[in-house]
Design a binder for this molecule. Structure first.
Ligand code: NI
Ligand code: MN
Length: 226
């Protein structure tokens, strides 16, 4: 398993010989100028919701690679109309793919696609196979529904949680989310991209440490071994 941070909320997870790209927002992100979008290999593109800062490069990466978009029904339908392959899901549902199982879970946020089309309800993903189990929360606020994850999914090895505040959880709420999901290693995302989501890294790490949790705030392009 290999995880690479592509900036903002975008990640590349390599597991079981498959490449999974989450929420690609790279070409419009000046902080990700060092990432070559056309060099990204993807078998699947997982989209948590329809906002531009999560789907901006999905069509490009999807078409470059003939990748399958995994998201809610509304978002998958929108990308299928653009000629991409898709696998539609909705909250609470899981499916066994050739790399492992994906469960589409609740997120408290909003979701509209870049052209104003309804993006369904926003979500997150729990992904697991025999080498890893991880949770990608999308742009969620802290929600009690996160307590359902350890009750319904295998034990998490790590979780990717937004920590930038204003549009999503801030790091204080994300540290509580780490408690709710019973996960000790958290990778922060949705921070430092814009002035609204700029955070104090050391203060954030201290809040997590006080709860016995580890917060990683990767640099754009950084590979993470967990
Ligand atoms: Ni959003
Ligand atoms: Mn966002």
């Amino acid at each position: 398993m290999k995880l690479t941070y592509l900036g903002h909320s975008a990640f590349l997870l390599e597991t079981k010989g498959r490449h999974l790209v989450f929420d690609p927002f790279i070409s419009p992100n000046p902080k990700a100028a060092g990432i070559d979008v056309d060099g990204i290999r993807a078998d699947y593109v997982l989209l948590s919701h329809g906002h531009g800062d999560h789907v901006a490069d999905a069509e490009r990466i999807g078409k470059n690679n003939g990748a399958t978009v995994i998201s809610n029904f509304e978002i998958v339908s929108w990308f299928e109309a653009k000629g991409l392959k898709g696998h539609p899901m909705n909250h609470g549902g899981k499916w066994d793919f050739d790399f492992g199982t994906v469960k589409y879970v609740y997120a408290t946020h909003s979701s509209v696609l870049p052209d104003g089309t309804c993006g369904g309800n926003p979500g997150g993903f729990v992904v697991w196979n025999d080498e890893v189990c991880c949770y990608f929360a999308g742009d969620s606020a802290l929600t009690m529904d996160m307590k359902l994850i350890p009750l319904t999914c295998p034990k998490l090895d790590f979780a990717i949680l937004p920590v930038g505040d204003n549009f999503t959880m801030g790091y204080e709420d994300a540290a509580l989310a780490a408690v709710f999901i019973e996960c000790d290693t958290i990778i922060g995302c949705h921070f430092d991209t814009f002035p609204y989501v700029t955070i104090d890294h050391e203060a954030a790490k201290k809040v997590f440490a006080a709860k016995g949790k580890r917060l990683l705030l990767p640099a754009v392009g950084e590979g993470l071994s967990i």
